[in-house]
Design a protein around this ligand. Structure first.
Ligand SMILES: Cc1ncc(C[n+]2csc(CCO)c2C)c(N)n1
Length: 226
């Protein structure tokens, strides 16, 4: 069994909970309140800005020029593809630049990105890919599951289309193959850390839906330092 298949099997309970989460099923049937989707978008823009930095840290830690250039290209791709999607959605959802300026990441978005940054700064490239991979792979599986659903809310349909396409599958496969190649070279201790990072990111992916769905906030107001 490939390392990636083993990780996918171990994460299955949290992935199934993501598939069944009311945020995800609410996108599919159009019942998700727009306020939750807006809150998701704001937190996701913050998340993506960190995600791209961690990909760039992966580039810096690559052992060869080809891998460094691929990771750097992915960092740029996250910036271009995801942020343009978010800018487009933000405009249509009525999210203003002032909303972005006043925005404080919710506790779960902060915790998830802090986890990614910790792995980015302390981990090897294999550990970084393991921490980032659930973000790609889970969204691809959700994109496939939601294919053919026709929510009446146009923006939800576009969200489904963004993650269900073939271009996205190619991107995910590249990272899965890279993870398996790096796992072959890793020590047992490093492989264990890779597994931990993958499972923790999978848990945070699940928490991220709940964060947006419930409009999660810090318990004490005003976190202007973030
Ligand atoms: C919480 C959260 N997790 C995963 C993704 C999906 N995603 C983020 S970056 C990236 C790679 C470049 O497209 C992908 C697939 C998201 N948007 N938000």
């Amino acid at each position: 069994m490939k390392f990636s298949e083993m990780l996918r099997a171990k994460a299955d309970a949290s992935w199934q909970a993501s598939f069944d989460h009311p945020f995800v099923t609410g996108i599919a049937d159009g019942s998700l309140p727009l306020d939750s989707f807006k809150y998701y978008m704001l937190n996701d823009s913050y998340y993506l800005s960190v995600f791209a930095k961690v990909q760039a840290l992966g580039a810096a830690k690559a052992a060869d020029l080809y891998t460094a250039s691929r990771m750097a290209a992915h960092a740029q791709g996250t910036y271009e593809a995801e942020l343009s999607l978010h800018e487009n959605f933000s405009k249509r959802l009525g999210i203003t630049p002032e909303d972005h300026a006043a925005f404080e990441p919710a506790p779960t978005a902060y915790a998830y990105t802090t986890h990614l940054l910790a792995v980015g700064y302390t981990g090897t490239l294999g550990e970084i890919i393991a921490a980032l991979l659930p973000c790609y792979w889970l969204y691809a599986e959700i994109g496939h599951r939601l294919q053919g659903m026709k929510p009446e809310v146009e923006i939800y349909q576009e969200w489904i289309n963004a993650y269900g396409g073939e271009w996205f599958d190619t991107l995910v496969k590249e990272q899965i193959d890279r993870l398996d190649a790096l796992a072959e070279l890793a020590s047992p201790a490093e492989r264990l850390r890779m597994e931990q990072h993958f499972l923790i990111s999978s848990q945070y992916e699940l928490s991220f839906w709940g964060m947006a769905y419930s409009l999660e906030k810090w318990q004490a107001p005003v976190m202007e330092v973030l």
